[in-house]
Design a binder for this molecule. Structure first.
Ligand SMILES: Nc1ncnc2c1ncn2[C@@H]1O[C@H](COP(=O)(O)OP(=O)(O)O)[C@@H](O)[C@H]1O
Ligand SMILES: [Mg+2]
Length: 257
């Protein structure tokens, strides 16, 4: 499915957060939203998902969800949002409850999501028994279990240490390449955007406006290859030039209170 934002602006009281966002997330692409902290990325993602009503503008979707999709627009959160009193499989099942599924289908969907994310042997573990990376795997499994048409991810790896982040990013990429679910990946991390996205939408500091949309022309599968290193580094420098000034000003604004 495709998701179209037209003239999206948003304010919280007097605070202007987004200004005139026109953006199409194309069917089957992974679009990264890259911008400094506080520029309105989470707000825009919430508006895309329909959990927040914009002050102005509209969001529409086109196309059909995949057969068997239980929840066309699905989130993956930074803080994993797991229930501590439920096991891994209980947390994955959470997304499937209250949907009138036969018990057999619910079990099959949970089992498949756990298998795809290599969590099968941890199905009866509780979140507190898992590392941060494993917890986010559960978050990913829960999202996959509903066969989403559009996946909205809000800095899903930000709470993890750098090494875990890299490992999970590669795992996630493999999963994503197998389905190419239309995705929006919010991050302030240039490296993640360049590794995962088909296109990168660079936002200005608050109020967020689109500064630039950059296509990453190399297929994801080839980007980690040594021959791609130079092109990827050049792209990184170009993007860093685009966001450096925004990030510096945003940093000062936050520091100033
Ligand atoms: N519910 C809210 N009420 C008031 N201000 C908010 C609310 N949510 C976010 N903000 C403010 O709006 C700005 C943008 O927030 P957010 O969309 O979370 O940015 P980002 O995800 O890019 O860091 C920030 O300055 C934040 O403090
Ligand atoms: Mg945010």
């Amino acid at each position: 499915m495709e998701l179209v934002c037209e003239g999206i602006s948003h304010r919280y009281g007097a605070l202007e957060v987004l200004d005139g966002i026109d953006l199409t997330v194309r069917a089957g692409e992974c679009l990264a939203l890259l911008g400094p902290s506080g520029c309105g990325k989470s707000t825009l993602l919430g508006i895309m998902g329909g959990i927040l009503k914009p002050s102005a503008g509209r969001v529409s979707v086109a196309g059909n969800p995949p057969a068997g999709s239980l929840n066309p627009i699905t989130y993956i959160f930074q803080d994993f949002a797991l229930l501590p009193w439920r096991t891994v499989e209980g947390n994955v099942a959470l997304a499937l409850e209250h949907r009138n599924l036969a018990a057999g289908e619910l079990r099959a969907r949970v089992g498949e999501a756990l298998a795809r994310t290599n969590l099968t042997e941890f199905s009866t573990a509780f979140p507190r028994q898992l590392s941060g990376g494993m917890r986010q795997r559960v978050g990913i499994a829960r999202a996959l279990a509903v066969d989403p048409a559009i996946l909205l991810m809000d800095e899903p790896l930000s709470a993890l240490d750098a090494q875990t982040r890299d490992l999970l990013m590669e795992d996630f990429l493999k999963l994503w390449l197998a389905t190419r679910t239309t995705s929006v990946y919010v991050t302030h991390n240039l490296h993640e955007a360049i590794r995962l996205a088909d296109r990168i939408c660079v936002l200005s500091r608050r109020p967020g406006r689109i500064k630039e949309i950059v296509a990453v022309d190399l297929p994801q599968a080839d980007r980690a290859m040594p021959v791609a290193a130079r092109a990827m580094a050049e792209l990184g420098e170009r993007l860093w030039d685009a966001i450096r000034a925004e990030a510096q000003v945003a940093e000062r604004e936050i520091a100033d209170g």
